[in-house]
Design a protein around this ligand. Sequence first.
Ligand code: BGC
Length: 933
Amino acid sequence: MGKYYLDMEKYKQLARQAVAEGCVLLKNENNTLPVKKGETVSVFGRIQLNYYKSGTGSGGLVNTRYVTGILDALRQEKEIHVNEELAAVYEKWCEGHPFDKGKGWGQEPWSQEEMPLPDNVAKRAAQISDVALVIIGRTAGEDQDTKAEPGSYLLTEEEEAMIRTVSRHFTRTAVLLNVGNIIDMKWVETCKPSAVLYVWQGGMEGGSGVADVLTGRVNPCGRLSDTIARSIEDYPSSSCFGDQYRNFYTEDIYVGYRYFETTAKDKVLYPFGFGLSYTHFSMETLEFAEDSDSVSLKIAVANEGEFPGRQVVQVYVNPPQGVLGKPLRSLASFAKTRVLMPGEKEELPFTIWKKELASYDDSGATGHKSCYVLEEGTYRFFAGEDVRSAALCGSFTQPELKVTQQLEEALAPVTPFFRLKPEAVCGKKTAEEADDSLELEMGKEAVPLRTISLADRIRENRPEAAACSGDKGITLGDVYDKKAELDEFLSQLTDEDLACIVRGEGMCSPKVTPGTAGAFGGVTDRLKDFGIPVGCCADGPSGIRMDCGTHAFSLPNGTCLACTFNEALVEALFEMEGLELRRNRVDLLLGPGMNIHRNPLNGRNFEYFSEDPYLTGKMAAAQLKGMGKAGTSGTIKHFAGNNQEFSRNLADSVISERALREIYLKGFEIAVKEGGAISIMSTYGPVNGLWTAGSYDLLTTILRKEWGFDGLVMTDWWAKMNDEGQDGDTRNTAAMVRGQNDVYMVVSDAASNSAQDNTLEGLADGRITRGELLRSARNICSVLMRLPVMDRFLNRISEEELKEQRESAGEDAQFLDLKYQEVDRDTPLDISGISTEKGASSVLGVKLLHQGIYAIQIKARCDAGELAQVPMSIFMNHGVVITFTINGTQGEWVVRSSDLGEFRFPHQYLKFYFGQSGLELGEVRMILKEELQ
Ligand code: BGC
């Protein structure tokens, strides 16, 4: 086994463990769970047959070889039984009510029609089984926010009726929530199930992980990564979420529990960090010590119950209110015990750096504008199993205000608005004097606006440029081998070359692994001749998306991973992901997604982790460290403020500088500084008036200058950029380069400037300089040299690794070295390599010269008699388009045709599958039926 061998069994096991550890048990009365040996389980809800492995859009498009749903996994259990009589009722009903996929991108419904549950069916099930499981499912995703209505955020009447009916007949009813993100939970009080378990969307091993929890092999140890409030209106962001043009983030830093624990405790149904176990634990603070830089704690956890299990210890800080105002709780650290046997104890050490407790002064109220400061006063620490029950475990006093970091004003808003601020700041009361039940009244203050000149800042910091030296024969390989300097190498590139290198190609560029989202680096012949390889990046947070149908591993979703509170597990899982990327010749994953769960209705929350930036940052850093072990990496996204899907390329997020730094950028900062991120994706939309893909303060002042990021930034796919005060435009790459977003994703042909960008125009009229272009070229090339593509390009991948790649790819191996045929208006395809033997499948790559609606026409014959049936299926990308069943033609040629669909991108994949031998293919043509602009 080589250094980069991917052990699939280990991969599955880790994914399964992550699903199990991510499950959050909210209620468990009457000993409902676990299901005991010998018991029979009745499973209700149509989702038992339609398990959601992930949400929709780019974050969910993984072609898996299988998906194990909850019912599938329960059926594999040897020691418990499934009520098959009931399962048959659902199977029959679902035949007449198939899963509705919707039509097209972002159109899959949030939920599926539920089977109306007759009382007698539930009654009968209760007579012949011991426990009921009711599965509720939800999805959402890109371009499709969740809606605060039945069937989306709320349960439907049918679903509530089902839970009520089942709960009436069973004393043990567990509702399992197969959802991407938290949903409304008021129904728990009215429908009264005896147990509730969030099982999230667990990827292809999802059902198996859930079964581990249901049977008690894994004791629930997941904790909520979001606060569940009574009603969606209770979230402070709800009143300023979902606008088409502009959303003012008036709640400021009071996001999630930072708001509820400060001012609205009674609105919480389940607090952040909450989750039950089949056992119970005690917690004791053994040590609390402080020095000038840090606080250290030792906490002992003992398993006092009857089940082995793991506990999560969460440490929160309550800083003094000072003049800035602070949330009464902020997560400062967390750790998970190993599996503790009944009676066993573990001591967990914590070190918390004081500088990480500092607040950002964006107004100058402390006398230190644009600084992180530790205000004077008492810093109290609380440890426990969730934010609400965490108990005081120590404190230190900061004798006087301390500036921990002097920064510069950056990305401040330009539009006036007001934000929440605790009244206590006005001196009415001090939080540290009060007891733990204290709540603060919220007042308002005007948000400080931008005072600097962005244009001056950009002009004053323009990089110097060396003139083009002409081709001196230096390749990037020479730089890689330390025979030349990067800047010397880059100075050989002409302005035209530089304009090309900032163009990424996709979707499905033929220059990289088929079906992937993007190619970057040596995308033109000239760049390639300079030895610049083409790096490959592929979606996404839940596993590798290859639209041609190549199979990949589908992972548990972001929310589920965050709820594990287990960094080591996430790192180990993503080491496997990193190896899988490498095996597929993908260098960068387009993930993790790490936007803050600002509001539960954001459609992409399933891809993201939490409402808390610290937990978010730690999870992303763990993933990056894991992938890094395989030499690959991730692309942390979407930087920043991508907190709603509706109008995502237009709606301006208006956010204070403090909220940006403490909440919306903090996770990214952790991923850069601790996780070693080398690739970042900006967003579709603007923050404070500037589309992020050209936002200098975001991408240069904060990201590079303050955080020391040394890597590349790419746009989101077909994103817009703007000059301040103007509208966003996909062609404004001059603004992109000036802001130091290095790669525009994506164009179909970099060499011909197919997307008509304005880079060279901007260079000619002085909007950008050669120095700025060189800066991006440097970022791109230096990242390429840190990825496997460099060795691939130089043919330095070991024979052993190549052999393992081929062996493990199985039938997908045909994608590894795919060639593309050009298709004009009516084109016969070269089918010489196609085998028509039974079970054979062959893939053809095609490059469509026109955008439009295409059809396929085949000419075939079969020597057999009329009753012979010879099926042949045609797949376009990975979906079946048509199956022609050709009867024996007694040697005569027959022609069949079918529409293939509408295609906007040139590179596509046709696959032929033969269900029987005996067919001879004479000709296959692709015909353009209608050209589209
Ligand atoms: C998404 C990105 C994704 C990209 C490539 C965009 O629509 O917003 O997250 O990585 O497509 O598929």
